[in-house]
Design a protein around this ligand. Structure first.
Ligand SMILES: Cc1cc2nc3c(=O)[nH]c(=O)nc-3n(C[C@H](O)[C@H](O)[C@H](O)COP(=O)(O)O)c2cc1C
Length: 191
C-alpha cells in the first residue's frame, strides 16, 4: 500500500514535519510504501482565480498527481488560531480546482475522491493541535475523502521528539501506529 504523508508546515524544525517522518517510519515497519511530500518543494502561489485563468501552475499539477497516485494519505497539521494553516488550505484549494484546459484534471475532486485520509497534529500546547483537525475534516469530507475515524494529537511537541526525530513517549508511538494501521487497513478495503 502506497501512503502519502505530508505536513502543513514548511518550517525547518517543524514538529509536524518531524511527525510526518516518524509516521513514515511506522508505515515502513508495517510493510507499506510511504512517500513524504514536502510542501516547500512545490511552488504554489496564493490562490487567485485571475492567476489561474492564465494557467494552472505546473507545481499545482505536480501536487495533484502526487495526491491522485496515493490511495492513502496522512496529513500532519499544525494548529493556527484553532484551525489549520493557510499554507495547507491554499495547497488543497489549488489541488481541488478544476483545470478546464486539461481533460485529465477537469474534475477538481479527482485527486481527492475515495482517498483514505488520516489526520494527525502536533503543537507545543496541551491539546496537540486537535482543533485544527476538527476544521480540516469537513474540507476533506467535502472533497469526498474517507476520513479515518482515528486521529492522533501530539501535545507538548517541544519535548515529544528526540534528537533523531523519534517520538519519545510511548503514548504517541502507539497512537500514531494505530492511526497508520487504520489508514492502511481502510485503504486496502476500499481498493
Ligand atoms: C499564527 C499562529 C497561531 C497559532 N495558534 C495556535 C493555536 O491555536 N493552538 C496551538 O496549539 N498552537 C498555536 N500556534 C503555535 C503552533 O502550534 C506552533 O508554532 C507550531 O510549532 C507550528 O507547527 P510546526 O512546528 O509544525 O511548524 C500558533 C502559531 C502561529 C504562528
Amino acid at each position: 500500500m502506497k501512503i502519502l504523508i505530508f505536513a502543513g508546515s514548511t518550517r525547518r524544525d517543524s514538529y509536524n514535519r518531524k511527525l510526518a517522518h516518524a509516521a513514515a517510519g511506522i508505515a515502513r515497519e508495517l510493510g507499506a510504501t510511504p512517500t513524504v511530500l514536502e510542501l516547500s518543494d512545490y511552488d504554489i502561489p496564493l490562490y487567485n482565480a485571475d492567476l489561474e485563468a492564465e494557467g494552472t501552475p505546473a507545481d499545482v499539477i505536480r501536487f495533484k498527481q502526487q495526491l491522485h497516485a496515493h490511495p492513502a494519505w496522512l496529513i500532519c497539521t499544525p494548529e493556527y488560531n484553532g484551525s489549520y494553516p493557510a499554507l495547507l488550505k491554499n495547497a488543497l484549494d489549488w489541488a481541488s480546482s478544476p483545470v478546464k484546459a486539461d481533460p485529465q484534471w477537469s474534475d477538481g475532486v479527482l485527486p481527492f475522491r475515495g482517498k483514505v485520509v488520516g489526520m494527525a497534529s502536533a503543537s507545543p500546547g496541551s491539546m496537540g493541535g486537535l482543533r485544527a483537525q476538527s476544521h480540516l475534516a469537513p474540507l476533506l469530507l467535502n472533497l469526498e475523502c474517507w476520513v479515518a475515524p482515528r486521529s492522533h494529537a501530539v501535545s507538548l511537541a517541544s519535548e515529544a521528539f528526540d534528537a533523531a526525530g523519534n517520538l519519545q513517549r510511548l503514548q504517541n508511538r502507539q497512537g500514531m501506529q494505530a492511526l497508520v494501521e487504520q489508514i492502511l487497513w481502510a485503504a486496502g478495503r476500499l481498493a
